[in-house]
Ligand binder design. Sequence first.
Ligand code: FAD
Length: 445
Amino acid sequence: MHRELEPQIPAASAGNENATRPEVVILGGGIAGLSVGYHLSQSKYGSFRIYEAQDQVGGLARSFNWHDADCDIAPHRLFSQNKALLKTLLSLVECNKIPRRSKIVLDGKWINDPISILELLRVNFPFRSLRLMMSYLTARLSIKRPFGNFDDFAKASYGHELNELFFKPYAEKLLGLESRQIAAAWGKRKLRVSGFRDIIRKNTKLYFKYFYYPKAGGYGAFARALGKPIKHNIETQHSLEKIVYRASEKIYECQFRNRQGDTVTTRSPALVSTLPLSTLLNLLGHSIEFHYRKLRLVYLHVNRDRVMDEQWVYFIDKSNIINRVSEFKNFYPRQSQTKKRSTILCAEITSDPDCSASAVVEELQRMKIIKAVDVLDTKRIDIANAYPIYDTHYERKLAEANEILKQYPDLFLLGRQAEFSHQDIDEIFDSAQQMAARYLKVLAQ
Ligand SMILES: Cc1cc2nc3c(=O)[nH]c(=O)nc-3n(C[C@H](O)[C@H](O)[C@H](O)COP(=O)(O)OP(=O)(O)OC[C@H]3O[C@@H](n4cnc5c(N)ncnc54)[C@H](O)[C@@H]3O)c2cc1C
């Protein structure tokens, strides 16, 4: 069955406030889609509708309840150096300010996260620490040039030894490529440190001492807070299947499959896409493949009051299948916690997307974090598009995609998947605000 939605009326004449405003169609109800909708809704000119494939909004930043505990799609935390932005986000959701407690397991040794260079030298004393220092000094004294790949970037910024020990194994494990196949830009974006000086000064986004986390409902509370005031503008279980751009009318026709299996068509003069970039290009009839890394999340319900002191622990070594393990209880102040005699862990795995829950349990038992007999239940969630993979061709492909998209007026891309850019929710919320403001300014003229 095919249902046609009312065609939208293009731009209202200036000064006529009662005229119908063109409706923006927003593709995807993750943080990016919700943030644009939220910002558009703050203005009388902002008319929009969000279409989301799943039965709930939130995308990667949603939460769910399991064994009476709020769990995130891999643990999330809020930290931003932009004070005004932080204030706005904290006005949406009541949060606790939580001191960060995290560790790194590196070369089998437990060290503090973020890395302290003094500690690194101490645990590797004497031979390796000498090599670490020497290779760092050599790197700093050598001539710098633009870096083509992550391996060159990390070696030049941190020295050969620290690259081999830390950056290279973790990057390769996370992205599934050799570090020479990873673009230098990924290092700059993800590591957010440019050298030892920053490690020592601890003045980057990586070195936050505390973070914000919702008092209730998990990190998904942000998506719920953004979605609540605009709930009447959201259609869930509407999966986009086709986009046709009618150039003569400057109209986008989008075809969705809804929960009943019917086709729903919208016509709009403007589109905001938060879908993966390859998906959007394919739907428009172009084909440029951008690669995203799959992530398997294994949740464990453990019959213990608490198993770690940390919120999260990173496993850098390639011999570990787990990238990071987190304990959700530790994202709340201890005094606010219930006396519940069980806890939930979440392990993140990229190197083996088919990894079984029992392999995770075995590894955590080997690391002396849990005992297998204490595991009451397990649950797996797979994320197809967890990490945009910045391979050494991605900048060229991004330029090609931008060139193609120039022929589509009023088509905006926003978010982690759509912009193919490693972003947190504070950055997306900020970009959404700017995008909505620009769009509303044009409409108001
Ligand atoms: C492991 C991990 C840890 C992270 N940790 C943090 C953290 O600590 N702090 C932080 O702030 N951020 C963190 N992030 C990042 C954060 O989750 C993302 O930046 C953010 O959620 C991305 O939002 P988005 O709307 O751009 O994309 P998404 O959340 O992917 O939303 C896109 C939406 O589009 C929908 N969609 C897809 N295809 C279709 C279709 N055909 N039709 C209709 N709808 C469709 C999807 O269902 C989805 O809801 C983390 C991410 C990961 C993977």
